[in-house]
Write a protein that binds this ligand. Structure first.
Ligand code: HEC
Ligand SMILES: [Cu+2]
Length: 342
C-alpha cells in the first residue's frame, strides 16, 4: 500500500514529463529524426544500447520470475534445496555474457568517437571544405567565414551533403553549440577552441540552441542552420562578400542615417568583415526571426529597439525609446531592406 502512495505522488511529475515531450517535435528540434550522418550515428548508437539493455532486462526478469514461481517454498518442503554457490559453470557464464555485451557496445562507440571528432577536411570536397568560426555571446551567435572574408549573425548557412567544420569559441561565458537534427552538442569555452563537424543530407532550415546554461536569457539563445545546395550556397557567399552601398531611396537613406546617428552601426556591422559587439546586419532582411526567437516583422523590430531588455533579459543591447515614430519607420524599412537572397 505504501508503495502505491509513493507512486501516486510522482504522477503529476510523470504527466508533466509527458507534456514536455511535446516540445521535442518543434522545428526540427529533435534528435530522433536525424537529418545528417552525425545525428544518424548518434541515434543508431543510442538504439543499440537500448536494445542490449532491453535484452538483458527481458532475460534477467524472465529467469527471476520463473525461479520465483518454480522454486517457491511449498508446504511440506523441509529440506534446503541443492546449493549452487561457487559453481564454476555459472560463474564463467555470467562473466562472459556481460563481456560480450560490453564489447558489442564498445566497438562501435569507440570507432564512432573517432569519426565524430575527426576534423580533417571532407575527402571529396578537399580544399573547398567549408570552415566556420562560431562564437557564442550572451545571447546570440556569430559566424565568421574567415576564408571567405565575411561575418554573419544568428543564422549559419552551409552547403548540403558536405562535411562542414565548425571551430567553436566563446566570448564571455560557457555556451554550447547544438543543432539536434544534425549532430551532438559541443561546448564553446572562453579561451579554448573546440571543433565539431556537421553535414546535412537535405536542404532545409534546422533549429539550433545554446545547450549550456549561460545566463538569464539562455533559453532564448536560439539560431538557425540553413543548408543550401552547393550552387545556391556559393551564390549566398558571393552576395555576402559584396560591398554594401549606402541606400539612395529617400526613406531608406533616412533609415540609414538614423542607424548611423544612434550608434547602431557601432555594434551592428553591415557588410565588410570584423566582429562587432552585436549581430552583423548584412542579411538582416533574410532572417526568419530576430534576437533568436521573435518574428522578423515591423512590430517586433520596433518593440525590440525600444526596449530589448523586456524581450530578452540581460542581453547587451541598450534601449532606444527616444527615436521618433517617423525615424523608427524609416529605420525598420532600412533594416528590412538588407537582403542578399531573393
Ligand atoms: C552596445 C551595442 C549595441 C548597440 C549600440 C545597438 N545594439 Fe542592437 N544588438 C546588440 C546586441 C548585443 C544584440 C543581440 C541581442 C541578443 O539577441 O542577445 C542586438 C540585437 C539587435 C537586433 C536583433 C538582431 C538579430 O539579428 O537577431 C536588432 C534588430 C537590433 N539589435 C537593432 C539595433 C538598432 C536599430 C540599434 C540602434 C538604434 C542598435 N541595435 C544598437 C547590441 C547593440
Ligand atoms: Cu548560451
Amino acid at each position: 500500500m505504501k508503495l502505491w502512495k509513493t507512486a501516486w505522488r510522482f504522477l503529476p511529475f510523470s504527466l508533466l514529463l509527458l507534456f514536455l515531450t511535446g516540445c521535442l517535435g518543434e522545428e526540427n528540434l529533435t534528435t530522433l529524426d536525424p537529418k545528417g550522418p552525425q545525428s544518424a550515428w548518434l541515434l543508431d548508437n543510442m538504439l543499440l544500447s537500448l536494445y542490449v539493455m532491453a535484452l538483458v532486462s527481458i532475460v534477467v526478469f524472465a529467469i527471476f520470475f520463473i525461479i520465483l514461481a518454480k522454486y517457491r517454498r511449498k508446504p511440506g518442503d523441509d529440506e534446503i534445496p541443492k546449493q549452487v554457490h561457487g559453481s564454476t559453470v555459472l560463474e564463467i557464464t555470467w562473466t562472459v555474457i556481460p563481456i560480450i555485451l560490453l564489447a558489442i557496445l564498445a566497438v562501435p562507440t569507440i570507432t564512432g568517437q573517432f569519426m565524430l571528432a575527426d576534423k580533417e577536411p571532407d575527402p571529396e570536397v578537399g580544399e573547398d571544405t567549408v570552415y566556420i568560426k562560431v562564437t557564442g555571446h550572451q545571447f546570440w551567435w556569430q559566424f565568421d567565414y574567415e576564408n571567405e572574408g565575411f561575418t554573419a549573425g544568428q543564422e549559419v548557412y552551409i552547403p548540403v551533403g558536405e562535411k562542414v567544420i565548425f571551430e567553436l569559441h566563446a566570448q564571455d561565458v560557457l555556451h554550447s553549440f547544438w543543432v539536434p537534427a544534425l549532430g551532438g552538442k559541443v561546448d564553446t569555452v572562453p579561451g579554448i577552441t573546440n571543433h565539431l563537424w556537421l553535414e546535412a543530407d537535405e536542404p532545409g532550415t534546422y533549429k539550433g540552441k545554446c545547450a549550456e546554461l549561460c545566463g538569464a536569457s539562455h533559453a532564448l539563445m536560439d539560431f538557425k542552420l540553413i543548408a543550401l545546395e552547393r550552387p545556391e550556397y556559393d551564390a549566398w557567399v558571393a552576395s555576402m562578400q559584396e560591398e554594401v552601398e549606402a541606400p539612395t531611396d529617400p526613406v531608406l537613406a533616412q533609415g540609414y542615417q538614423v542607424f548611423e546617428e544612434n550608434g547602431c552601426i557601432g555594434c551592428h556591422a553591415v557588410g565588410g568583415t570584423g566582429s562587432a559587439a552585436g549581430p552583423v546586419f548584412t542579411n538582416f532582411g533574410d532572417r526568419s526571426v530576430i534576437a533568436g526567437y521573435l518574428e522578423n516583422d515591423a512590430e517586433h523590430i520596433e518593440a525590440w529597439i525600444r526596449n530589448p531588455q523586456e524581450l530578452k533579459q540581460g542581453n547587451k543591447m541598450p534601449a532606444f525609446p527616444q527615436i521618433s515614430e517617423e525615424d523608427m519607420d524609416a529605420l525598420i524599412a532600412y533594416l528590412q531592406s538588407l537582403k542578399v537572397r531573393e
